[in-house]
Design a protein around this ligand. Structure first.
Ligand SMILES: [Zn+2]
Length: 95
């Protein structure tokens, strides 16, 4: 089965080896077994003319969602034991 699509990334033609730039029409030839990767053909090497109504490549971006800040206690300052010991007499017991 032969289908036309636009190149998502810069791909290479399977016959002449020239790079197919992003957005350029590329012919995909699906093998019969369906297990191997499809063969790619550039416009010059394809056995049929590219369709006129091939839709343009639309770059799809996944919208970023802001991350929620979860307080774990790991981002606070470490315990300052010297500061905590201020004001104690030497040998004073804990209350
Ligand atoms: Zn080619």
């Amino acid at each position: 089965m032969r289908t036309w699509r636009r190149a998502f990334i810069t791909e290479r033609c399977g016959r002449c080896g020239k790079p197919i730039e992003t957005g350029a029409p590329v012919q995909e030839i699906q093998p019969l077994a369906g297990l191997r990767r499809p063969k790619l053909r550039c416009v010059a090497c394809a056995d049929e003319a590219e369709p006129v109504d091939l839709p343009a490549l639309v770059a799809r971006q996944i919208p970023m969602t802001p991350m929620a800040h979860i307080r774990t206690g790991l981002d606070t300052l470490p315990l300052d034991f010297k500061q905590r010991q201020m004001g104690r007499e030497p040998g004073e017991d804990d209350d």
